[in-house]
Design a binder for this molecule. Structure first.
Ligand code: FES
Length: 229
């Protein structure tokens, strides 16, 4: 059996090592699929659903998360069809409502075309992406963090709310958390539920034109005054 599979993503023919997820195959090939809860080398959680794609087979298609979809020979995937772009934009909008001042989420949302948020803000300081839990368990074999509760009460916690002795103090949980990036200073108030859009300039940073706010840890020196349009 070949160690590689060939598939098509958005019309591009791609070869990927057998066992690779469609998301990783796409990213390796330079096809950008937004993903918040994804981390290479740890189990996929499928929590944010930003990475949805259309899997086309026998003239029909189904929507699924690409971080949990294993690339297979002959697969046809649409990562930016009209249907996916629309659904992803809505998911991004919901994430912003969940954590309006998360710069990481705003970055993604702007790239997904979100300008205004129609949902009530919940102002959570965690979007349950589970990156911290998974790196702690799977990379450091520590399990110092875990999910607790169900539904709206679900949250990440330390055992008995105390840092356990077996915590390795690696701080990797903080490094991977999308909420620990310096938050957006332009807090969104009622009636002002739109994004500044300046995070789009993450791309201009790459082009050496950092004239506006980019990713927040890079853009701290550039400020992020909200653009009222
Ligand atoms: S990256 Fe696939 S569901 Fe979050």
């Amino acid at each position: 059996m070949s160690e590689y599979v060939s598939l098509t993503i958005d019309g591009a023919k791609i070869r990927a090592p057998r066992g690779t997820t469609v998301l990783d195959a796409a990213l390796d090939y330079g096809i950008c699929i937004p993903a918040l809860c994804h981390l290479r080398d740890v189990t996929a959680l499928s929590g944010c659903r930003l990475c949805i794609v259309e899997l086309v087979k026998d003239g029909r298609s189904k929507v699924t998360t690409s971080c949990t979809l294993e690339a297979e020979e002959g697969m046809v995937v649409l990562a930016h069809s009209e249907k996916i772009v629309k659904a992803r934009k809505n998911i991004a909008e919901l994430l912003v409502a969940e954590a309006p001042n998360s710069k990481a989420i705003q970055d993604i949302a702007v790239r997904c075309g979100v300008k205004k948020v129609r949902y009530p803000f919940r102002h959570n300081n965690c979007v349950l992406c589970g990156k911290c839990v998974r790196v702690c368990k799977e990379i450091w074999q520590s399990e110092s963090l875990g999910f607790v509760g169900r539904g709206h009460n679900r949250h990440v916690a330390l055992p008995y709310n105390t840092r356990p002795e077996y915590c390795k103090h690696c701080n990797y949980c903080i490094d991977v958390c999308p909420m620990t990036i310096v938050p957006c200073p332009g807090s969104m108030k009622k009636g002002e539920e739109f994004l500044c859009g300046q995070c789009e300039s993450q791309l201009s940073m790459a082009a050496n034109a950092p004239d506006t706010c980019v990713m927040c840890e890079l853009g701290a020196g550039f400020g992020c005054s909200r653009r009222h349009t």
